[in-house]
Design a protein. Structure first.
Length: 457
């Protein structure tokens, strides 16, 4: 019994130490973000840096959303002479390929690629399409995203800095009112981008390239070995390989792109399990190289490890809960420290959960999204659901590695938007950083032969 008590105490102390470290980090991000009057960006240079751009849009059975993203990209205010949009039909079994061909026939700026065979997954589709890309900058958009009209200019501007190898924009759910879960994920996305990504970029830490609404230099991508087709999170893998080789990742908070967030817990569970598995694969593959990288500061190394190991906090938390419960139910533990378990548990509740709620609330206030704040108490349900999904994913991952049950496979997130492939979309379109612009085809807005917009009087 004494051995069990000491094991539980050690587990509890370890849990509190890890979670307190993450809590301090998130508090630091919130304080940095809300105290920063002018977040770091390069938007005053928009329009001065216009490199050749290849936009890649991988699609697998995306007939409901394919027309929307292609139409939005065609409507982007970027010179068509310096732009190509490569739409990738990745082994689709619906009308996705037909819709892509229709747009390619209508708009010469669109190039269609049809993958009929080869390995599955987004990384494999991107690797094949990159061979056909001729732009200096490669931008990526998932099929369910609706970019704003100024998006391409916003995303290419940071590349005027020769140290920038990749750039990331901001993801904003457009279906936050569809379900309670979608509303909670809107809060979560706001905290992740408005607070986490912006603060890390401003502090010179590790903003993450998210694999969509972002881009990479074509020459840099080639130099670091291209897309990792074996990774479930090829975006995380690329982020850390770039930074290990001395390149920086820029974040543009005003480059808003509109997505569909999961509306059901089943879809969310599958998504978070894929992220947890892919992230953990990157942790094991890259942590030694990351710590030894000579181009990184000590702060970057530490923050990068926090990013790579973030999904470990779920099983560590469960371990702490079990240790707390065991100590609470063991009378002999009370005699040697009557308030130890209670104090540790209360300490976690104050510092761990408070950091999460503070980040969510601060992001909602910065976005002017006060109506969503009423959902803040319900974030506990999302927290517990995510904890369970992550633990399930990591148990499967480690048992699979132990018993050799084979690789993990990529699953596409379910789409909810219905469409007919005609490109009629309702996403916000001005890209002004407030998410309040409507994408409208005003009669006064006309596109010239080179793809640039001008206004008729």
């Amino acid at each position: 019994m004494i051995v069990l008590i000491w094991i539980c105490r050690i587990c509890l102390i370890f849990t509190i130490a890890v979670l307190a470290a993450y809590a301090i980090r998130h508090h630091m991000f919130v304080l940095s973000r809300i105290s920063c009057r002018k977040p770091l960006d390069m938007m005053e240079l928009v329009g001065f840096n216009n490199p050749t751009v290849s936009v890649l849009v991988p699609m697998h059975n995306e007939e409901n959303v394919a027309g929307d993203v292609l139409q939005a990209l065609v409507d982007c205010d970027y010179d068509w002479n310096r732009l190509e949009i490569i739409a990738i039909d990745d082994r689709s079994e619906d009308r996705t390929g037909e819709i892509i061909d229709e747009f390619a026939a209508k708009y010469p700026v669109i190039k269609a690629i049809h993958r009929k065979k080869g390995s599955g997954g987004k990384g494999a589709a991107l690797r094949q399409a990159t061979v056909h890309a001729g732009g200096d900058i490669i931008l990526l958009f998932d099929a369910d995203y609706v970019p704003s009209r100024a998006m391409i200019k916003f995303l290419v501007t940071p590349f005027c800095d020769p140290e920038v190898g990749a750039v990331m924009g901001r993801v904003v759910p457009q279906n936050g009112g569809a379900s309670v879960l979608a509303g909670l994920l809107e809060l979560e996305r706001g905290a992740g981008y408005q607070i986490g990504q912006q603060a890390r970029y401003h502090l010179g830490l590790t903003p993450q390239f998210g694999g969509t609404v972002g881009g990479v230099r074509a020459s840099v991508l080639k130099a670091v070995g291209g897309w990792n087709t074996d990774s479930l999170t090829e975006d995380t893998d690329l982020t850390f390989r770039l930074m290990v080789h001395g390149w920086k990742v820029a974040y543009v908070n005003r480059a808003e792109c509109y997505e569909e967030a999961p509306e059901t817990w089943q879809v969310r569970n599958r998504q978070i399990r894929r992220w947890a598995t892919g992230h953990t694969e990157c942790l094991h593959a890259l942590w030694r190289e990351w710590l030894a990288a000579r181009f990184l500061s000590r702060a970057e190394r530490i923050d990068g490890l926090f990013v790579l190991a973030c999904y470990w906090t779920a099983p560590i938390l469960v371990l702490g809960w079990l240790a707390s419960l065991t100590l609470f139910l063991t009378p002999r533990a009370h005699g040697t420290g009557p308030f130890l378990a209670a104090l540790a548990f209360v300490g976690y509740q104050m510092f761990g959960n408070q950091a999460t709620f503070l980040e969510l609330g601060a992001a909602a206030l910065l976005d002017g999204n006060r109506r969503r704040i009423v959902l803040l108490p319900l974030s506990l349900f999302n927290f517990f659901a995510s904890t369970g999904a992550i633990c399930q994913a990591l148990v499967t991952y480690y048992l699979g590695g132990l018993f050799g049950t084979g690789p993990h496979y990529w699953h596409k997130t379910e789409r909810y938007r219905s469409g007919n492939g005609n490109g009629n979309h309702n996403g916000n379109g001005k890209g002004n950083g407030n998410g309040n612009g409507r994408h409208s085809n005003s009669g006064h807005l006309t596109r010239s032969v080179n793809g640039l917009y001008f206004y008729r009087e």
